[in-house]
Design a protein around this ligand. Structure first.
Ligand SMILES: C[S@@+](CC[C@H](N)C(=O)[O-])C[C@H]1O[C@@H](n2cnc3c(N)ncnc32)[C@H](O)[C@@H]1O
Length: 535
């Protein structure tokens, strides 16, 4: 197929003229080795240390481990130190970049950035993951061919953009749980016996593409099989679905809670939100427990992949939110996924508002709010039921969780929800994807006068730096509203043996100088009057 496309391109180019000159083109096919050597050359130019293929004596398993869990040879304490150092680097850079801003109207708004010392705020000791192996509840396996061109379910041995297309089974990957390894192995056997071929990423032919597993601490297992169906008749497709259902539910030896299926004929690799997900068996979702709450999650909804470490992160987040029981508080859970952060704090605030762009996740979030609201009230219900049987129905009406509102939308398209959040205290928890949120979201947070604090949870502090700067830069025409300043930060590791970790930073609103001075003056006046009264 690639050859045919190339021949087409050569033909088209050869018919063109540019500035009176006839263009010519020729196609040189590239092997995987060619592409790798090419990328090695490019890497050398960029100063990267590249190992030439002939000098690379690593076993395929070692190469895969280096690819999937690049820190696997480093002891865990050292991994944590390294990750914390990276977080600190970003925090230092935030302070430096704010201090270096030009044309600042009111320097007092960024006093903290001019203070002595490199760090902008208190940085707590990094928190490690309680489990360092087999922690990934979600794994996305590629289905392709191994180095011997046998169909294989596993991970790519390198980056596809570097020309690597070989797939290796995942037994060498420290972060993959045994149950997911078993599912991959079982699927591998199924595909080997199948008369349908595995997908070829280069030629864009074949059928079996991706296997996704979600294996939760509750024992629930979700399996998603993605195929390319362009060459299959409707009957054949149905036959294959039936066969998968029988296999996973009767023959696989795996206790599958739900089996879901996606047909994807497009060229992008991996799971996609561009094609629907069909439920083949079970009800399409599974459950996970977090901090005593139960959460439902569907195939496409985001859910943190390391449950014990997530509990530590969310408990810390709740601690930093420090909800004041004497105040009416609104919690804005921005990029809320299935509602986990807001729901774990819903009982201590007056109102939770969650915004999330994946509609399926919001469906889960609404169910989760009810699920956890009802659990709390069940004991009160029993008590009241004994006392006043007749009031049961009425009680249930009031017992439903009512203080949670969800929006299935991009946060940047619900700016008014952010700016309109009004209460005695409004706290925003921002847990965005790797590249952070749109600048308009940060501007809305600044504009929302009632938001006093922002807890920002970033899974890529380098990419979050622009959001941090936008939160903290002094007031300007583009960034109205008083800025925030960082007050404390902590690294929490959810991804042992990889380069990734979470950085949570608490930002508090910088108070307006005049207001502060007025407050002090008022207090002084009151003091003087009191003294005069005594006299
Ligand atoms: C790191 S996850 C956090 C989810 C949730 N807080 C949790 O811990 O389970 C980021 C979430 O942001 C959502 N998202 C990404 N971009 C968004 C946007 N522009 N507006 C709203 N949600 C977004 C993703 O779908 C994903 O669920």
């Amino acid at each position: 197929m690639r050859e045919a496309q190339a021949a087409d391109a050569v033909r088209t180019i050869s018919q063109l003229t540019y500035k009176g000159q006839k263009l010519s083109a020729e196609y040189t096919p590239q092997t995987e080795t060619d592409v790798r050597e090419n990328s090695a050359r490019k890497g050398k130019k960029k100063g990267k240390i590249m190992i030439a293929e002939e000098d690379d004596h690593r076993t395929p398993d070692e190469k895969l481990a280096d690819q999937v869990t690049p820190l696997w040879k480093v002891d865990y304490e050292t991994q944590l130190v390294k990750k914390n150092r990276n977080s600190i680097k970003q925090l230092i850079s935030l302070k430096r970049k704010i201090a270096e801003l030009k044309n600042v109207r009111d320097e007092s708004q960024i006093d903290w950035a001019y203070e002595k010392g490199a760090l902008p705020c208190e940085v707590l000791d990094p928190i490690g993951s309680p489990v360092t192996e087999g922690y990934r509840t979600k794994c996305e396996f590629t289905i392709g061919y191994n180095l011997n061109r046998e169909p294989t379910v596993g991970f790519l041995l390198g980056l596809y953009r570097d020309g690597v297309t070989s797939v290796l089974e995942p037994s060498a990957c420290l972060n993959v749980p045994d149950v997911a390894k078993k599912i991959a192995a079982v699927m591998n056997e199924y595909i080997k016996k199948s008369d349908l071929p595995a997908y070829d990423r280069v030629e864009k032919t074949g059928v079996w593409r991706t296997l996704m597993t979600k294996t939760q601490s509750t024992g629930d297992v979700l399996i998603l099989v993605q195929i390319r169906a362009a060459d299959l008749t409707a009957e054949r497709l149905q036959q294959e679905k039936d066969s998968l259902v029988k296999f996973w539910n009767e023959d696989s030896g795996v206790n599958v809670t739900t089996l879901v299926f996606q047909v994807w004929d497009g060229s992008s690799n991996g799971m996609t939100d561009k094609a629907p997900i069909e439920v083949l068996s079970g009800n399409g979702y599974i459950h996970e427990n977090l901090l005593g709450n139960r959460f439902r999650l569907s195939a496409s909804a985001f859910f943190q992949v390391n449950t014990p470490a997530t509990e530590i992160l969310y408990a810390k987040c709740a601690e930093w939110c420090a909800i004041d029981p004497t105040k009416k508080t609104t919690l804005l859970d921005l990029c809320c996924g299935t509602g986990t952060i807001g729901i774990t704090m819903a009982k201590s605030v007056e109102h939770v508002i969650g915004i999330e762009m994946v509609p399926e996740a919001i469906v889960d979030a609404k169910v989760n709010a009810e699920l956890n609201g009802t659990c709390v009230y069940i004991y009160i219900y029993i008590y009241i039921y004994i006392l006043m049987r007749v009031c049961t129905k009425l009680f249930f009406y009031f017992a439903d969780i009512k203080n949670v509102t969800y929006y299935a939308s991009k946060v940047e398209d619900k700016i008014n929800v952010v700016t309109d959040a009004v209460n005695e205290e409004v706290i925003a928890v921002l847990d965005p994807p790797r590249n952070g949120v749109h600048a308009s979201v940060i501007r809305a947070i600044r504009d929302a006068k009632h938001i006093s604090r922002v807890i920002y949870i970033s899974c890529d502090s380098k990419q979050a730096i622009d959001n941090f700067i936008a939160l903290c830069r002094p007031t300007s025409n583009r960034f109205r509203g008083m800025p925030f300043k960082p007050v404390r930060a902590v690294t929490v590791d959810l991804f042992p043996h990889t380069e990734h970790c979470e950085l949570m930073v608490e930002f508090v609103r910088v108070e307006e100088q005049e207001e502060e001075e007025e407050e002090v003056k008022k207090e002084e006046d009151a003091e003087v009057k009191k003294e005069e009264g005594k006299a």
